[in-house]
Design a protein around this ligand. Structure first.
Ligand code: XMP
Length: 539
């Protein structure tokens, strides 16, 4: 099936991915590519006629520093609509003959923008109307430079007192540009504006629907794999679970899942994964219980990065050993030739990002990059085109339980980074039980205002084990036991996060239950640090 598509050119803004997510929410397929692709690349990309429009993103540079990045000129020769956002507007203005100047006043944050000129993009889209009858939009701005002269053929589309040209349009060519950011939720009509652009102005078909995508993805997997065999590392996380369910739907017993239990999983997690995949889906799953191996190698190690390296390294070793056996075949098997991974689209964008992008590594994250080459296996990545929300929708459409698909993320090193300092089985057992109570109560408590459970209202919640003892009293006796900290955060991107204002009644219930039910823990604290300067995990 040929989907309509929108091309998003990334000039390095922190929020470019949000543009893509909003377009996908309109059920239109889109892709993000770096702004420095060549004119030939752009022409080739548009050649099959499925490209319906181009969006030029913002840039982090427009706020802090000079940049000379330009959109490939070919974008303006394709005959498809173009939308410029923030820096994307400035470069559009410059490239088409207008003028951009360094701003004397920086605008950052909330702004009210007046719509002008009854353009197709903003027609009937407004948050309120002034007494004089002007349509007004509540938006989020973040820029220093601004357009000071319209390019030939353009008319004014939006303004603020400090940014007289906050939007411009050339309706004959279907070029539109806004200085504010429609992709962020602070811009109230942002989704309406992007829907208007992709659906009405670009006339892209809203045919990117996960329920329908299954058939397409299944056909693609069958074509790629043929009658060969596939290995997949199942972690219990959303991405590998959905990848497994999808590939199993496509090729059944040609797939073997390997589930490495490192002994640092959540309570009953291993059994639940087995029950779902081996039990309900009848997939072939090999469960490797490697907890003794992991705990043995972790003994005496307390430095967080050292722990991460040990867990990551061992994980790869154990997985590789299993994969080598499966690759060798035997007992009616020809041997596997593919390794499947749950890579999702944000991973793909990050690794091919615009050259202007600067990433800082704060913690080394556990991943298995390079594994297919080491194993001499071909790579199968059926979720490469999907955002997390879409992976979840797909999981539900494939029949995976809601609780599995909407589970909070869990780090690869598992409880290994939630036990401060040295990891011991005793600590892991206490932590697992305390954490299960916290999670259970987050599901039990509902917020009256939204009708949602506190589990759904938080992005990630867990318990941290502190290997220190404090004094308590229980019944007639004195106790001298361990401390745990509860952590619950709200975030949209995990780059920044606020601690969740959980109701006192919930905290009280959790604390009471942990102290009464988990012998060995006599004190529960709540972490009230935001990220930054704290991180979400404690290690
Ligand atoms: P931090 O602690 O860096 O966490 O604020 C941000 C997100 O990343 C997860 N995280 C990890 N995930 N391996 C992973 O797979 C790791 O080593 C790791 N460390 C942190 C964390 O759970 C949160 O969602």
């Amino acid at each position: 099936m040929q989907h309509s598509k929108i091309l998003i050119l990334d000039f390095g803004s922190q929020v470019t991915q949000l543009i893509a997510r909003r377009v996908r929410e309109a059920h239109v397929f889109c892709e993000v590519h770096p702004c420095d692709v060549s004119d030939d690349w752009v022409r080739a990309y548009a050649q099959d006629g499925t490209l319906k429009g181009v969006i030029l993103s913002g840039s982090h540079a427009s706020v802090y520093e000079e940049t000379t990045d330009r959109a490939p000129q070919a974008v303006f020769e394709l005959g498809v609509p173009v939308l410029g956002i923030c820096y994307g507007m400035q470069t559009m203005a410059q490239q088409l003959g207008g003028k951009v100047e360094g701003g004397h006043t920086r605008e950052f944050g909330y702004a009210e923008v007046r719509a002008h000129g009854h353009t197709a993009l903003l027609k009937d889209i407004a948050d309120f109307t002034t007494p004089e009858g002007h349509g007004m939009l509540k938006v989020w701005m973040s820029h220093g430079d601004k357009v000071t002269e319209l390019p030939p053929g353009f008319k004014l589309m939006a303004s603020t007192p400090s940014c007289p040209i906050a939007g411009m349009a050339d309706e004959a060519r279907h070029y539109y540009a806004v200085q504010f950011h429609p992709e962020v939720t602070h811009t109230v009509q942002g989704q309406a504006l992007l829907n208007r652009f992709v659906l009405d102005i670009c006339q892209a078909r809203p045919d990117w629907i996960m329920g329908d995508y299954i058939a397409e993805a299944v056909a693609k997997i069958r074509e790629q794999v043929g009658d060969e065999e596939v290995i997949l590392g199942l972690s219990g996380g959303v991405d590998s679970s959905v990848a497994a369910a999808l590939i199993h739907r496509a090729i059944g017993d040609q797939l073997t899942c390997v589930f490495v239990d490192h002994g640092l999983l959540r309570l009953n997690e291993g059994d639940m994964v087995m029950e779902m995949f081996a039990g309900k889906l009848h997939a072939k799953v090999i469960r490797v219980d490697a907890s003794d191996l992991f705990l043995g190698k972790l003994a005496g190690v307390s430095e967080p990065e050292a722990k991460r390296k040990i867990i990551g390294g061992l994980f790869v070793d154990v997985f590789k050993a299993e994969a080598a056996k499966l690759k060798a075949g035997g007992a009616g098997h020809k041997g596997a030739t593919f390794l499947a991974q749950g890579t999702i689209y944000p991973d793909v964008i990050e690794s091919g990002g615009a050259k202007s992008k600067k990433a800082v590594t704060i913690k080394s994250h556990h991943n298995v990059g390079g594994l297919p080459e080491q194993l001499g296996l071909k790579l199968l990545e059926p979720l490469r085109e999907l955002f997390k929300d879409e992976v979840r929708e797909l999981g539900v459409a494939l029949g995976l339980p809601h609780a599995m698909v909407y589970r909070h993320p869990f780090p690869g090193p598992g409880l290994g980074v939630r036990i401060l300092g040295e990891v011991k089985k005793e600590y892991a057992d206490l932590l697992r039980r305390a954490d299960a109570i916290f999670i259970e109560e987050l599901h039990n408590f509902t917020d009256a205002a939204t009708g949602k459970t506190w589990y759904d209202l938080t992005s990630q919640a867990f318990t941290v084990f502190l290997p220190v003892k404090s004094v308590g009293v229980m019944g007639d006796g004195r106790t001298y036991d361990y401390v745990v900290a509860l952590r619950a955060v709200q975030t949209s991107d995990f780059m920044t996060a606020d601690w969740a204002e959980l109701p006192y009644a919930l905290l009280k219930k959790v604390s009471g239950r942990i102290i009464n039910e988990v012998r060995g823990i006599n004190r529960v604290t709540y972490d009230v640090s935001s990220k930054p300067p704290a991180t979400i995990e404690w290690e």
